[in-house]
Write a protein that binds this ligand. Structure first.
Ligand code: ADQ
Length: 468
């Protein structure tokens, strides 16, 4: 069996003595790496200052080698904060209004990808299979190919892929597309993302659909597909069941006696639609005064990307908004919104999901959204809560028994909250069971295996000539 080489921007190196379990993606990829043996390479998250040739640092854990490199201050600024987070992230989330197309950042992005390729190439054996994760590293295969690497290389995009007119707003869109065409397998979260990719290339006359998901572009033939990512469903359900004994979860439970809990859990990001959700919740309270004093909305939003000014501003605005709603609607013994900016360990999070009657997952746009899946997995089968899910989350393609909402429609979301809180037990059970059955089969291990099965079967570079 060939070794697996995973490359991602950040690497979840297991910390010795740390009890908290890693997220599903790390669990699945580590399992695949353990089975095949291999390397997980990426940025250490640290800066080397001005030092331009930081060495790879390796940490060996059984059959897995973690290979980490520092980046210079300039690299971090241009590649990570600059192009990845200020161009690719907003553009791919349909927010071209927020994208800042600086030439310096663009060249920094391609430079750092070349640097990763130069660091990775000496570690490779001819039959290694390489799996590159996400938008930070789109040009990696192209850089490896320039160095003569012929291994099978797969790419999975964790975020959405927008339609042609949005994609083409990016001045270097052609290099990004050419970068994708250098892979042997390009995977997206949903059939919609895949259709956008194929549609954009066909419309621009730079791609042609072949049979079995194969696609021809830039003189290469590669496979494309939708591989919806998932969670470690059974393990997450078990955490949630056990979490009732956790001290913090018990505290939360005793603090909501006589209240229905509504929960929102998101990284701080404009794509997640948190201010719009708070508006909808406020609208719900105003339209349903009987719930005043009897419902609590817990929003857990750890800070992220604080170095990017928009994120800092967002954090301030959100705190102000929660404060305003609490000030205007709250009473001496009732706080309508509980707003937390600290991160919560996964087992506790599982317990909090289970306490909540309603899971509010209303991103304006999301590749998948794992919170939606975690909320379902955490429910008590005898008394499950209701998931309210944005139709613009990739998860909505699968979780069709959720209450699907349009996050731009404040009144629609407010009505959905009222409907969820008054939904009869039978209907809640029926909806939940369908989604849980789906997630037990389609978990993160299945995602990983499906992608790996396809990646190990696609023709290798060189064998493409016959297909062209
Ligand atoms: P994210 O944008 O980070 O991921 P999401 O899929 O919701 O979004 O994953 C967030 C993860 O972080 C979840 O596992 C959640 O439990 C955890 N998390 C969030 N807030 C937390 C908190 N306060 N404390 C502890 N944990 C918290 C990107 C894409 C998504 C895609 C994933 C995976 O944007 O669309 O689903 O990658 O492909």
């Amino acid at each position: 069996m060939s070794r697996l080489i995973v490359v991602s921007n950040r690497v979840p190196v297991p910390e010795k003595g740390k009890a908290a379990p890693a997220g599903g993606l790390a669990v699945a990829l580590q399992a695949a790496l353990k089975e095949r043996g291999g390397i997980w390479m990426g940025w250490s998250g640290k800066s080397s200052g001005e030092e331009e040739t930081p060495q790879i640092k390796t940490i060996i854990d059984g059959k897995i080698t973690y290979a980490l490199t520092d980046l210079t201050d300039r690299d971090v600024e241009e590649y990570y904060h600059g192009f990845a987070n200020r161009v690719l992230w907003p553009t791919f989330h349909y927010r071209i209004d927020l994208a800042e197309y600086g030439r310096k950042e663009m060249s920094g992005y391609f430079r750092v990808n070349r640097f990763f390729a130069q660091r990775l190439a000496p570690l490779l054996k001819p039959d290694d299979v390489i799996w590159v994760q996400d938008y930070h590293l789109i040009p990696l295969a192209s850089e490896l190919r320039k160095m003569g690497i012929k291994n099978r290389i797969g790419f999975f995009l964790h975020i959405p892929l927008p339609p042609a007119d949005v994609l083409l707003a990016m001045p270097v869109y052609d290099q990004i597309i050419e970068g994708l065409a250098q892979y042997d397998l390009v995977g997206f979260q949903t059939d919609y993302d895949l259709a956008n990719f194929v549609g954009a290339l066909v419309r621009e006359g730079i791609g042609e659909t072949l049979e079995d998901g194969y696609f021809k572009s830039h003189n290469r033939i590669f496979k494309t597909g939708a591989y919806p990512i998932s969670i470690e469903t059974a393990a997450f359900a078990a955490y949630a069941k056990r979490a009732v004994n956790n001290a913090m979860v018990k505290k939360a439970a005793s603090s909501i006696i006589g209240h229905d809990l509504v929960i929102g859990v998101d990284r701080l990001d404009y794509s997640k639609g948190i201010p719009q959700r708070l508006d909808a919740y406020e609208r719900f309270i105003l339209a349903n005064p009987a719930y005043q004093g009897h419902v609590s909305y817990l929003q857990i939003t750890p800070k992220s990307r604080s170095e990017v000014p928009e994120y800092e501003a967002m954090q301030r605005m959100l705190a102000e908004q929660a404060g305003r709603v609490n000030g205007e609607l709250g009473t001496v013994d009732w706080v309508p919104i509980r707003y937390m900016t600290r991160s919560v360990a996964r087992p506790i999070l599982a317990g909090l999901y289970r306490l909540a009657k309603v899971g509010l997952v209303t991103p304006m746009r999301d590749g998948m959204n794992l919170v939606a899946k975690e909320y379902i997995a955490a429910q008590d089968p005898e008394d499950p809560g209701v998931l309210i899910l944005s139709r613009f989350a990739g998860a909505a393609r699968e979780l069709k028994s959720a209450l699907l909402v349009n996050p731009y429609d404040t009144e629609g979301v407010a009505n959905a909250i009222a409907r969820a809180l008054s939904m009869p037990l039978e209907e809640r059970k029926e909806r939940w069971q369908k989604m849980m059955d789906h997630l037990l089969v389609h978990d993160v291990m299945e995602w990983c295996n499906n992608f790996m099965d396809d990646l190990t079967q696609v023709p290798q570079e060189g064998d493409h000539a016959a297909l062209l």
